[in-house]
Design a protein around this ligand. Structure first.
Ligand code: F6P
Length: 368
């Protein structure tokens, strides 16, 4: 694939964890590629796995009708299939055997006449794509993740829906916290970034917001809860990121997924804090881990609009020959950045982010 003139067929895949709005991007890519540019589109199943195992299907206009508001991905996804380090078995001692299967991926793309692949994913997917670019494949990336932690884009689709779900949970937990005069912790996803918790915490009026970027002091946290119970309101609502950690401490690991390129799964910090706070104070505590409920379900209108913009812009990059770049939104403008620069990197909440100041100004504690 050397120039826009030869372009005939594009592939589309969804990689990494699923996220509300994936189907809206698949729809936008497919419809705009067909109607605006007369291209053929094929869907690749389960992310890079579909290219490794040759599972590809044509996507026609009607195949992507009525999916704009549907959660998940009609193509399926995988967060384990890195073609340059693919698990092919186990050694006698149980350790995994990895193989570079990028040539299998290239062969599948060639067999199906795929000129460019639109890969919809997070930092892991962009990293898989950039290692295939080294072999000569062509990609255009679309930034996806509820975590909102991709570099060089102010926002990813799926984030707004996750924030909305988490805020709804805080609203609901507040009434039960107030009724029982309890300390209630609500644990949110986000890996090592606190975007979901920060936004939902502000939107839901959480009294304490714990994010990975600001290490918390257990003593300060307990004091906030006790102060509230004595002086103000007899309950405390705490929004806590799964990656939150105490000063000088580590995040709580829920499990290690050995065959995943990013094996650490965080989770459980709210349970740990629940016991620690109740041991150190006389307050009654409960923890709720929201988990994958934040990833499922219908995308918000905001995410549907963003996903549609991203999908259409991706096709523009494809047809304009601007390959191996990822669509990005910067200061409200659609743009693009090199995929290689996004790979394997995460965007964190900066210490001078205005929402931190707004949170503090409206009485929230960050546990520091
Ligand atoms: O990156 C999205 C995300 O939902 C993170 O917020 C979370 O830490 C992780 O994926 C969970 O991964 P899995 O679906 O493999 O449990």
């Amino acid at each position: 694939m050397t120039g826009a003139t030869r372009l005939r067929r594009i592939g589309v895949l969804t990689g990494g964890g699923d996220c509300p709005g994936l189907n809206a991007v698949i729809r936008a890519v497919t419809k705009s590629a067909i109607t605006e540019h007369g291209l053929e589109v094929v869907g690749i199943h389960d992310g890079f796995l579909g290219l490794i195992e040759d599972r590809v299907q044509p996507l026609r206009f009607d195949d992507v009708s009525n999916i704009l508001d549907r959660g998940g991905t009609i193509l399926g996804t995988s967060n384990k299939a890195d073609p340059s380090r693919f698990v092919v078995g186990r050694n006698p001692d149980g350790s995994l055997i990895f193989e570079d299967v990028r040539d299998r991926v290239m062969a599948t793309a060639e067999r199906h006449g795929i000129d460019v692949v639109v890969c919809i994913g997070g930092d892991g997917t962009m990293s898989g794509a950039s290692r295939l670019v080294e072999k000569g494949m062509h990609f255009v990336g679309v930034p996806k993740t509820i975590d909102n932690d991709l570099m060089f884009t102010d926002v990813t689709f799926g984030f707004d829906t996750a924030v909305s779900t988490a805020t709804d949970a805080l609203d609901r937990i507040r009434t039960t916290a107030a009724s029982h005069h309890r300390v209630m912790l609500v644990e949110m996803m986000g890996r090592n970034a606190g975007w979901i918790t920060l936004h939902a915490g502000i939107a839901g009026g959480a009294d304490v917001i714990l994010i990975p970027e600001i290490e918390f002091s257990l003593a300060a946290l307990c004091k906030s809860c006790v102060d509230r119970s004595e002086k103000q309101k007899a309950y405390t609502l705490i929004a806590v990121s799964e990656g939150a950690k105490p000063i000088g401490g580590q995040a709580v690991v829920d499990q290690v997924v050995a065959d995943s390129p990013d094996p650490i799964r965080l989770g459980g910090v709210s349970d740990v804090l629940c016991h620690q706070i109740s041991e150190r104070t006389d307050l009654e505590c409960r923890a709720t881990i929201l988990g994958h409920v934040q990833r499922g379900g219908r995308p918000t209108p905001h995410d549907r609009v963003l996903a549609t913009q991203f999908g259409c812009h991706a096709v523009k990059l494809v047809t304009g020959g601007e390959h191996n770049r990822m669509v990005a939104m910067q200061r409200g403008q659609l743009t693009s950045v090199p995929i290689a620069e996004v790979a394997d990197r995460q965007r964190m909440v900066a210490g001078d982010h205005p929402l931190l100041a707004a949170g503090r100004a409206t009485g929230a504690s960050f546990g520091d």
